[in-house]
Design a protein around this ligand. Sequence first.
Ligand code: MG
Length: 230
Amino acid sequence: MKKYKHIFFDLDHTLWDFEKNSEETIEEIYKKLELQSRIKSAHELYKSFEKANRWVWDQYHKDLLGKEAFRSLRFDLALSQHNIKDEKLSLILSEQYLKICPTKPHLIPDSILVLDFLSNKYTLHLISNGFEETTMQKVENTALKKYFRTITTPTHSGYKKPHELMFDFAIKQAGCNAKESVMIGDDLEADVLGAKRFGMDSIFFNPDGIAHQEVVNFEIKYIKDLIYIL
Ligand SMILES: [Mg+2]
């Protein structure tokens, strides 16, 4: 599709396989800290972490939580689902998680194939709500970094998706305009509706087929589908 010149990608859950990297990290920490006597299995700990993490991210997106509170709270909440109240343990879990998880290599299937294809036709950028240092670690520890001309995070822009100033910052940094750009992401509100309100087209990556009533430019189930529409 010739209409676009610049493509903006979200990172977590769109290119970087958050679930897989996260579960592997939790398994590693569970074994290392020998948590068997306190929590039934690594998978149980992962499930409670996943639930807590989703909730804290939602609060963080709404600016109801700061960075530090965000980081320790998700493990407090995860442990409380196993009737454990142990601030020291939750701090250790948080530190270990932050150290290990961004070094994990798993990407959403076919990401590299798609980026190779698209990078020959378009200029690619990343726009993530993740923290700057973790985002950079993630792209540096995978093969992702070389594909992106610019990387925008709230650390530099001062705003998060879906705020229009986050998109405004990203396109200014990229030296392009909204009309010649398209945003791809898995979060309907932050990525898709945020871009739409800013005046940028968007592609909703919806692998689980979440039902919604929004009018979107494109919707895909697999990242590979981008090859057919771009
Ligand atoms: Mg995402």
